[in-house]
Design a protein around this ligand. Structure first.
Ligand code: XBP
Ligand code: MG
Length: 257
């Protein structure tokens, strides 16, 4: 398909955790720990253990995996899935409260790029594994009360059967955008996220986070330290050297041609 430059990117699909903000170590992890304490559990997910647990996407799935590996006595609990869901609800409350306290800023370049995409009338969407309240909480606390409405589609959490690295959430979002993957670009921070986006046919920019820096990003269009700002340019970790140090509409268009 021959694309003219201006229509080459119809939509940008943003991942949330690790991509919009560094939410995992000092956001989700302490919220899990607070929920464990609230329910009288003596579990404590440290920074290193949490890094390992991140291989499992989805908070409920992560708790289940932790029980399998580190607390198998809990497997005898009756109604285990419901109990995990209850525990996870408590975790979500703690996480959203932390967001409301203004605890988690956006990563460099994210707010600027979102504003520029809107000005250029390029659609923006969210494709994430995390719980929907977490997405609206993060957007409202960083970009303002009305910002969830800026997004043409928000795909989050349990609305699809398979979480990343399955491509389900990307298929769901693309369906609702009414655009083919060839006209869209994904921004991800993790190998699981990249696999999901690639399996949905999306060109993908990776901005690494501390937990994901050394993962395998084979297939990414480019791997960057972050989206960069004019005063704080990104570092290119893999891929062509763009001619400027921050991701803007022009750079994203170039990546698609
Ligand atoms: C990240 C995840 C989520 C979060 C925790 O999703 O895998 O599980 O770690 O959120 P993404 P929940 O990178 O796709 O944004 O506890 O709500 O699952
Ligand atoms: Mg992510």
């Amino acid at each position: 398909m021959k694309k003219d430059e201006k229509s080459a990117v119809g939509a940008v699909l943003f991942d949330v955790d690790g991509t919009l903000a560094d939410t995992e170590r000092d956001g989700h992890r302490p919220a899990f720990n607070a929920a464990f304490r609230e329910l009288g559990l003596d579990w404590e997910w440290g920074v290193e253990l949490y890094g390992e647990l991140l291989a499992i996407t989805g908070g409920k799935e992560r708790i289940r995996h932790f029980i399998d590996k580190h607390a198998p006595a809990e497997l005898a609990r009756s109604g285990l899935d419901d109990w995990i869901a209850r525990l996870h609800k408590v975790k979500t409350r703690h996480y959203v409260e932390a967001l409301e306290r203004g605890g988690i800023p956006l990563r460099p370049g994210v707010a600027r790029l979102i504003r520029q995409l809107r000005e250029a009338n390029i659609k923006i969407a969210i494709a994430t594994t995390t719980t929907p309240e977490n997405v609206t909480g993060l957007l409202k606390s960083t970009l303002g009360e009305d910002s969830p409405g800026w997004f043409d589609v928000i795909g989050a959490g349990d609305i699809v059967p398979g979480k990343k690295p399955e491509p389900d959430i990307y298929h769901w979002v693309l369906d609702r955008l009414g655009l083919p993957p060839e006209q869209c670009l994904a921004i991800e921070d993790s190998e699981n996220g990249l696999r999901a986006a690639l399996a949905a046919g999306l060109d993908t920019v990776v901005t690494v986070s501390d937990y994901t820096r050394f993962q395998d990003f084979t297939g990414a269009r480019v791997v960057l330290s972050d989206l960069g700002e004019p005063a704080q340019p990104f570092t290119v970790l893999r891929g062509d050297q763009p001619n400027r140090g921050w991701a803007d509409v022009e750079l994203l268009m170039k990546l698609k041609t």
